[in-house]
Design a protein around this ligand. Structure first.
Ligand SMILES: [Zn+2]
Ligand SMILES: [Zn+2]
Length: 366
């Protein structure tokens, strides 16, 4: 006689109700908290109980109808939580463990992933699933696809607030210096000090930049840029940024220029600030049309490199970022300027969208 053992999904103790609160997108300018079903983990998947999340600039684009997602979708893509249910085949994890999942959740198995292009899992921008092509993190519970590749255990000595920004903006911001292959002692200029630009500044310092110049007009953000590692802050409303950058680099221009806003103007300025043979590392999300001005591009003969990066995700990326926090090399908690409960998330969207009260990032507690 043969005994067949069928593996069944493991689950946290039964919740009183099978529904949860979640922020549902119904159409441009229509979002609200609704009661929806708690997801179930299928093979290879996990469900986490979200303990902390945040709102991203991309969520604002979705809310304003500038980036289309399907109505009925739960949005948000920056989850910290506790494992609630493990689907069949997810090994090495226990119910109740604290985990961080990246905004980008690569499958780890397709040709793109195995070729090293994790963020482009399955095709263009395919790694971005949460709050884009599947339900997202601004909810009490979240289904994590390909859990084996995406659940990063949080060390006991780190609290939720210390890791939540690693899911997206820190991974994205720091990637600017990595993608540019920034060398020790390089001069760097970073255009815009929003949440991602601030993380790009921190990343330039971590990668060993010699001189870091941040471009920002907002006083609160300029102050934070100093804290993240900028040596000089140039206010484009008061200074001719390009000539000042040239002056600070003995007339040459910077080795690496990071674009962290996504406009034609900042892209052009980044190119103008670059030395011959330098690298423009672009993080911004552009709309409409982007064109390359020929003079700073040396008509195509300047040996410039232009690189772009979508947020790197997956559990190994999250583990590495957590190591930086854990050993005191990166502290992003000052960027979490406000805290809201999930029930008040629409208030948080307003504050964040209108950039009131010196807000940089908001912590959302389900
Ligand atoms: Zn984001
Ligand atoms: Zn993949």
């Amino acid at each position: 006689m043969t005994m067949i053992f069928q593996e069944t999904p493991r689950q946290e103790q039964k919740t009183a109700t099978a529904t949860m609160r979640a922020l549902v997108f119904r159409g441009p300018h229509q979002i609200g908290i609704e009661r929806v079903r708690i997801p179930k983990a299928g093979p290879g998947e996990a469900v986490i109980r979200v303990t902390l999340t945040t709102i991203c600039g991309t969520d604002l684009h979705i809310l304003r109808g500038e980036y289309a997602v399907k109505p009925g979708l739960i949005i948000g893509h920056e989850p910290v939580g506790i494992i609630h249910e493990l689907g069949v085949g997810v090994m090495g994890y226990k119910i109740g463990e604290r985990v961080l999942a990246g905004a980008i959740t690569p499958c780890g198995q397709c040709n793109y992933c195995l070729g090293g292009d994790w963020s482009q899992c399955g095709g263009a921008i395919g790694g971005w699933k949460f709050g884009n092509t599947i339900n997202g993190a601004q909810a009490e519970y979240l289904l994590v696809p390909n859990a084996q590749a995406n659940l990063a255990k949080i060390p006991d000595d780190l609290c939720d607030e210390q890791v939540v920004l690693l899911a997206d903006i820190a991974s994205t911001g720091i990637s600017a210096a990595e993608s540019a292959d920034l060398q020790i002692g390089d001069t760097v200029a970073i255009f815009a000090q929003g949440p991602i630009g601030l993380c790009a500044t921190a990343g330039a310092r971590l990668k060993g930049a010699g001189l870091i110049i941040a471009v920002e007009s907002d006083a609160v953000r300029a102050q934070m840029a100093k804290r993240m590692g900028a040596d000089y802050i140039l206010n484009f409303k008061e200074t001719d940024v390009i000539s000042e950058i040239k002056r600070l680099t003995d007339g040459k221009g910077v080795d690496v220029a990071i674009e962290a806003l996504g406009t034609q103007g900042t892209f052009e300025s980044a190119l103008c600030a670059l030395r011959a043979g330098g690298t423009l590392s672009s993080l911004g999300v552009y709309a409409g049309k982007l064109s390359v001005p020929l003079e700073p591009f040396a008509a195509g003969l300047g040996d410039h490199k232009i690189v772009t990066t979508l947020c790197p995700g997956g559990k190994e990326r999250m583990r590495r970022l957590m190591e930086l926090v854990r050993h005191g090399r990166l502290d992003l908690t000052p960027l979490l300027t406000h805290t809201f409960s999930l029930d008040d998330i629409t208030e948080a969207y307003k504050l964040f969208g209108e950039r009131r009260e010196g807000v940089i990032k908001v912590a959302i507690k389900p």
